[in-house]
Design a binder for this molecule. Structure first.
Ligand code: BGC
Ligand code: NOJ
Length: 811
C-alpha cells in the first residue's frame, strides 16, 4: 500500500493519507538553523546544536506518536481543524503534505476553507517561515479564527526534559505588537533569545501553556481554541509557549495570507537590553522585516529552489527506470546533504542530545556530498583530521560546537583512521585540489603539534601496521565498523555501555574487515603517493599491503568465505565452525573489494556465499544465523533479538559494499538487484510493511530471521545514504572521478539498452550517453568524446567553456 506518490517534476513526495505507518519527516534548513517536520506538523527547531540550542520542545517516543510540533488551529463556527490534520485530527475534505527540498507544504481543506501552510528556512537565515494562506472556496462569507502554536524548549534539550525543579521556574517571555519573545535565561548567561511573529495585527495571544491548552486538555483540544478566544496570558515559569490569535473574515473566493516567523537572535553582551528588563528587539525586527510580505517570501523560496537545482545539477541521470532516476537525481543526493548537516544527531530516531560527529561516519558521509559542496567537504576533512592523535588513532566522535574530540567516548575503534584516506582521496579526485594535503592540521586539536594532512593519512595507514595481532591481522580495538562486535568488552553489567567498556586488553582479537579495508585504502594511499611522486613511500607501503593480503589468505579464509574476526581467545568468528554467526557481510565486502584472492576464485566464492546465506527478499543481512543468546565474548551484537539491527538485520549501510564487489566480478545484474532491494523508492508499494519514508534510506530493515522481516527503522541519518549513492553512480553507472579525469566503466543489468548521465566535473559539463547494444553487464568497446574516439576509459579534463559529448558503447 502507498500513502502518497513521487512528484518528480516538483521534486516532492506528496503524502495524501495523514496516517502514515510512522511519522514521515523532512528537514528544513541548510546551515546553522534547522527544523524537523513530520507529515502532520510534528517536530522542532534548533540553532546549530540540537542539544544545546533547542528552540522548540519535542517529546520523543510519545503517546500518541509524534504529538507536539508547530501547529495551526482553525475554528470555523463549531468545527475545529488543523491544516496538517494533527493535532485536532478532524477528518479533512482534502489533505496533502508535500515534502520538498528543504521545505514542506501542507494543504488542508474543510467546509469550504482551504489552508496552505508552507514551512521553510530561507538561505543564510536564522529563522523559519511559515507562510499560511487561507482561502474561502465556498459561496458564503466565512468568519474564522486562526490560532498558531509552538512550545518553547528551555534551550538545553536534555536539561529541558529532566531538570523540572529548576526549569518550571525559569521561563520568561515578552510580547510586543504581534511578536512573542522567548527570553528564558536571557537575564543571565545567555546572549540569545527566540521569537515567534506574524506580519499582521493580532486579536490576542497566549504565552502560558496551561492558559492556552488547559491542564487537562491535549494538543488536540486547546481550551483557548474551544472557547474561541485567547487570554493574553503571560508566562512566568511553567511552560512558555507562543500562540497568536487572529480573526479572519473571507468573502467567497477571497484569500488572505500570513507570514509567521520563528527566529533566533544572538546579541553582543553589551547590547542585550533596550531598557531595564526589556530585551533588545532590534535584530529581531530586522529579521521580521526581511520577509514580511508574500513577495519577499516567494523570492526566498525561489532562491532555495535555485540553490537545490545547482546542487543536484552536478549529477543527473536518465535511465528507463523512474525509480532509479528519482533516487539518484533527487532523494539520495538530498539525503546525503542532510547527513552532512546532521551527522547522526537529530532525527525521529536520534534524540539530538546524544551523539556528536562520528569520525568514521563523517568521513564516509563525505563521499555522498563532495561533488555538491566541495568547499565544505574540505573544511570537514580538516575538522575531522584535527581530532586525530599523533599515532594515527582517533577520537571516535567530536562535538560540532567545539570541534573537539569527545573524551568520554574516547577512541580505539581501529577502523576509524582508514576512513580518512577514503574521504581525502575522494575529495582530491573530485576537485583536483592536491593543496589540501599540504594544509597544516593539528593532532588532538593542538596546533603546536600540527603536521600536513598527508602526514595524517600516513599515520592512519601505519596505525594499522603498528597494531597487528597474532595472525598478522589488524587488532580490532574496541570495535571496527560494526560497533556491536565488541570483542574485548566482556560485560556482565547491564549498566555498562558496550561502546565504552573494554574489560580486557585488546592484544589478540583481530578483524578481517579492517584487513580488507586496509588493503583497499592502503592501495589508495599508494596510488596517492605515486601521484605525488613519492615512489619510495609507495613501495614501502605496498609491502605492508602485500603482507596483509597474504595474512588474509593464510588465516582469514574459511573455505567458502572470509572469516569475520578472531576473538579474544583466538577463536574464529564468522566461520562454518561456529554454531551461530557463521558468515558475516562486512569481511566479504571488504576483502572482495580489496580483490584478495581474486585470481584464485576466493572473491567469487565469497560473493556466492553472500547470495546463498545472507541474501533475502529485503536485502542482505549482516550475519547468519543470527545469535540467539548472549555471547559475552562478542558483546552488543548478541544482545539484539534475532534479525534486528547488527544481529541479522539488513543493515543497509553495508549492502553497497557487496554491490561494489559484484561490479568487480562484472555481475551487473546481481549488483543492481541488490541495489533495488533496499533503495527506498523501490519499496514504495510495500510502505505498510516498510513503515518508514519511501524517499530516504533507513539504517536497518528487519532481516529474514526477524519476527517481521521487511519492517524498517532508523530512517534518514545513516551512512547508507552516501554508500548507496557512491555504489550506484560510481560503480553501477560507473562514472567515477579520478585524479586525471573522469573514468567510465559501467556495470549494469544486461537488459539495459542505454542510459544518460550529465556530470559536472571540475566545472566542466559532460553529457554522457552509454549504449549497450550487445546486452553485456560490463565492458567498453568504444568511447568517443565530441565525436573523436579515445583509447583510454578515462575522459581527460576538458575545456570548461563548453559542454562535451561523450558516447560510450559497451561490449
Ligand atoms: C547501535 C549501533 C551504533 C552504536 C553507537 C548501538 O547500540 O546498534 O548501530 O553504532 O550503538 O551509537
Ligand atoms: C551506526 C554508527 O553510526 C556507525 O558508526 C556504525 O558503523 C554502524 N552503526 C554499525 O554498527
Amino acid at each position: 500500500m502507498k500513502y502518497g506518490y513521487f512528484d518528480d517534476d516538483n521534486k516532492e513526495y506528496v503524502i495524501t493519507e495523514p496516517k502514515t505507518p510512522y511519522p514521515w519527516i523532512n528537514y528544513l534548513g541548510n546551515k546553522d538553523f534547522f527544523s524537523l517536520t513530520s507529515n502532520t506538523g510534528g517536530g522542532y527547531s534548533f540553532y546549530k546544536d540540537a542539544k544545546f540550542r533547542r528552540l522548540t520542545r519535542y517529546r520523543y517516543n510519545n503517546v500518541p506518536i509524534d504529538d507536539g510540533g508547530k501547529y495551526f488551529y482553525i475554528k470555523d463556527e463549531d468545527t475545529i481543524w488543523s491544516p496538517g490534520w494533527k493535532p485536532v485530527k478532524t477528518k479533512l475534505d482534502k489533505y496533502e503534505c508535500r515534502h520538498g527540498l528543504s521545505y514542506t507544504k501542507f494543504i488542508g481543506e474543510k467546509n469550504g476553507v482551504n489552508a496552505e501552510v508552507l514551512q521553510f528556512i530561507p538561505l543564510d537565515f536564522l529563522g523559519e517561515i511559515q507562510h499560511v494562506k487561507l482561502k474561502n472556496t465556498s459561496s458564503k462569507e466565512k468568519n474564522i479564527k486562526l490560532f498558531s502554536f509552538i512550545e518553547w524548549a528551555l534551550w538545553n534539550a536534555e536539561d529541558d526534559m529532566t531538570n523540572f525543579q529548576r526549569n518550571l521556574n525559569t521561563g520568561e517571555v515578552e510580547v510586543e505588537d504581534s511578536v512573542i519573545y522567548h527570553k528564558t535565561e536571557f537575564k543571565e548567561r545567555r546572549n540569545h533569545y527566540a521569537f515567534f511573529s506574524v506580519n499582521q495585527n493580532i486579536n490576542g495571544f497566549d504565552t502560558d501553556r496551561e492558559s492556552f491548552i488547559g491542564l487537562y486538555n491535549g494538543f488536540e483540544s486547546p481550551q483557548a481554541v474551544e472557547n474561541g478566544k485567547a487570554s493574553n496570558s503571560e508566562a512566568h515559569g511553567w511552560s512558555p509557549i507562543a500562540s497568536h490569535y487572529i480573526e479572519v473574515s473571507l468573502k467567497p473566493n477571497e484569500e488572505k495570507d500570513f507570514v509567521f516567523m520563528l527566529g533566533y537572535v544572538e546579541v553582543d553582551a553589551k547590547d542585550k537590553w533596550e531598557s531595564k528588563s526589556v530585551i533588545n528587539k532590534k535584530p529581531a525586527k530586522e529579521m521580521i522585516a526581511k520577509y514580511n510580505t508574500k513577495e519577499k517570501v516567494e523570492n526566498a523560496l525561489n532562491d532555495l529552489a535555485l540553490y537545490w537545482d545547482n546542487l543536484l545539477g552536478k549529477i543527473n541521470i536518465s535511465s528507463n527506470e523512474p525509480k532509479l532516476d528519482r533516487m539518484v537525481n533527487i532523494w539520495n543526493q538530498y539525503q546525503c546533504m542532510v547527513t552532512f548537516n546532521m551527522s547522526r544527531s537529530a532525527s525521529f530516531f536520534e534524540s539530538g542530545i546524544g551523539r556528536g560527529m562520528g569520525f568514521r561516519d563523517s568521513n564516509q558521509d563525505l563521499i555522498g556530498f563532495v561533488h555538491q559542496i566541495p568547499e565544505r567537504a574540505r573544511e570537514r576533512i580538516i575538522d575531522i583530521a584535527s581530532t586525530q592523535f599523533e599515532d594515527g588513532s582517533c577520537y571516535h566522535q567530536y562535538q560540532p560546537l567545539t570541534k573537539k574530540g569527545n573524551a568520554t567516548l574516547g577512541g580505539d575503534f581501529n577502523d576509524d583512521p582508514l576512513w580518512l584516506i577514503l574521504s581525502t582521496t575522494e575529495y582530491i579526485k573530485e576537485t583536483g585540489d592536491f593543496s589540501i594535503l599540504n594544509e597544516k592540521v593539528p593532532f588532538n586539536n593542538d596546533v603546536s603539534k600540527a603536521k600536513s594532512l598527508f602526514e595524517h593519512l600516513k599515520v592512519s595507514f601505519y596505525h594499522v601496521v603498528n597494531n597487528l595481532g597474532p595472525h598478522n591481522l589488524p587488532l580490532i580495538g574496541r570495535a571496527d565498523w560494526n560497533d556491536c562486535l565488541n570483542l574485548n568488552c566482556f560485560s556482565q553489567d547491564p549498566n555498562e555501555s558496550f561502546q565504552t567498556t573494554g574489560n580486557k586488553k585488546g592484544k589478540t582479537a583481530e578483524s578481517l574487515m579492517i584487513a580488507g579495508l586496509f588493503v583497499v585504502y592502503g592501495k589508495e594511499f599508494v596510488k596517492l603517493c605515486r601521484e605525488l611522486h613519492l615512489d619510495d613511500e609507495a613501495i614501502f607501503a605496498a609491502k605492508h599491503i602485500n603482507n596483509m593480503s597474504e595474512a588474509v589468505k593464510n588465516y582469514g579464509w574459511d573455505g567458502d568465505w572470509f572469516l569475520r574476526a578472531y576473538d579474544y581467545y583466538g577463536n574464529k568468528v564468522g566461520s562454518n565452525e561456529n554454531e551461530e554467526g557463521k558468515i558475516f557481510i562486512e569481511s566479504q565486502g571488504w576483502c572482495s573489494m580489496a580483490e584478495i584472492g581474486l585470481e584464485n576464485g576466493m572473491v567469487k566464492k565469497s560473493l556466492d556465499s553472500v547470495k546463498k546465506y545472507l541474501d533475502c527478499d529485503y536485502g542482505i543481512v549482516l550475519n547468519s544465523p543470527a545469535y540467539s543468546k548472549y555471547y559475552e565474548e562478542y558483546g552488543e551484537i548478541s544482545t539484539y533479538p534475532i534479525g534486528y539491527k547488527e544481529n541479522g538485520g539488513v543493515f543497509c549501510h553495508n549492502n553497497p559494499w557487496i554491490m561494489i564487489a559484484e561490479t568487480i566480478l562484472g555481475r551487473g545484474d546481481q549488483a543492481f538487484e541488490y541495489y533495488s532491494k533496499i533503495a527506498p523508492s523501490f519499496l514504495e508499494e510495500i510502505s505498510e510493511l516498510h513503515k518508514v519514508e519511501p524517499y530516504v534510506y533507513c539504517q536497518m530493515i528487519a532481516g529474514k530471521e526477524a519476527h517481521k522481516p521487511g519492517e524498517a527503522k532508523n530512517s534518514w541519518l545513516t551512512g547508507t545514504a552516501s554508500w548507496n549513492f557512491y555504489a550506484i553512480t560510481q560503480y553501477i553507472l560507473g562514472i567515477k572521478p579520478d585524479y586525471n579525469g573522469l573514468s567510465i566503466n559501467p556495470c549494469i543489468p544486461s537488459e539495459w539498452k542505454e542510459f544518460n548521465v550529465k556530470r559536472v566535473f571540475r566545472g566542466t559539463v559532460y553529457n554522457i550517453h552509454v549504449k549497450n547494444p550487445y546486452k553485456v553487464c560490463k565492458g567498453i568497446k568504444e568511447i568517443r568524446v565530441n565525436g573523436e574516439k579515445i583509447e583510454s576509459t578515462i575522459i581527460p579534463i576538458l575545456d570548461s567553456n563548453k559542454e562535451h559529448k561523450v558516447e560510450v558503447i559497451m561490449g
